[in-house]
Design a protein around this ligand. Sequence first.
Ligand code: ADP
Ligand code: DP6
Length: 370
Amino acid sequence: MILMAKPAKRTLIATVEATPNIALVKYWGKRNEERILPMEGSISVTMDEQLKTRTTVMFSEKFKEDEAWLDNKKLEGKELGEITKQLDVLRKRAGVGLKARFVSINGFPTAAGLASSASGLAALACAGAKALGLELSEHELSVLARMGSGSACRSVLGGFVEWKRGEREDGSDSHAVQIAPVEHWPEIRNVIALVGEGRKKVSSRAGMRQTVATSPLYRERIRTLPGTIKTVREAILKRDLPTLLEATMRESNNMHAVMLDTWPPITYLNDVSKEIIHATHALNESEGKTIAGYTFDAGPHANIYTTQEHVPKVRKMLEGIPGVAKVIVCGPGSGPKYLAGKQEHLIDPVTAEVRRHHYDAKSNKIVVEA
Ligand code: ADP
Ligand code: DP6
């Protein structure tokens, strides 16, 4: 009798840490809802590991269904559906039918306007592709992440990043490219002021859909965006801080203006956010030059771009404003990191059980409990 050796089963598991990105030129509006194709391009800085998402994806014959956990809560219904949709794209690409387990944790508030969807969907694309052994280029990973959440396509790359609008109907040319790596301008900082808790009331997805459908001012925004993108790209390349900051503030104000022009109007800024806007202008005035520039996403938290030397002044300004709950200083980050250590997976590679894990705010680490 000839004994045939069973082919060794590959362990289809990977863990990635990705970080959010905060746009200087915002993405707000799609030309194709289903494929997540933007009306225009956008530019962002990928954050460093002050803010991070860790995600483990495992494919196995052991699993009867896809299962997903986010921040230690099992996902159901629509939220699970979003993950499964992404897993399906990856499975199709790899020609694999195996079900998967997805476990992710954000080391910062989820769905509160700090771009958890960007780091989350970028981490899913990178971990899923790696687990399946797909050798994808940054371009391909960016397209994959975009299909989960538009802004996620920018978190696949580090440093200063531009999401090219693209022209093709299938979206294959709508992806992020790096304008410059971290080393080009390592002194850049985003001083984040958290000004309130809780999930946002209108999701970015629903909000931007409503803007495209109802805001007359939106047409003007789309007309001027290519010029803004050029100004910001060139200011980054020249390390021209005042030009970059002024364009960033004007751009944020423009996006929030079209949000207010939406019917019914959408407002994400609160009184504390508005106080921060005025305080930033006052700080620049007193310095006699533009050293700080705010930008707000779909939430009330402020992102104040500046450079390292001015951080103490910006921090002092923010700490003097009642309602600022916490200040986080982020530098530019170099993009997703693959964690190879077996102990770092959020799923046990042998038993396939979800490992106990938590985020430790004091050390800013994601801790996998033994
Ligand atoms: P945010 O400003 O934090 O991006 P959104 O409302 O735009 O808020 O997106 C939040 C949604 O993004 C969550 O409800 C969830 O569906 C998804 N998301 C957040 N974090 C992750 C993650 N780590 N992995 C996968 N999806 C995530
Ligand atoms: C205000 O990328 O979350 O943060 O593509 O529908 O998932 P979907 O939207 P999402 O929107 C981000 C909007 C923004 C601006 C930006 O990051 O460019």
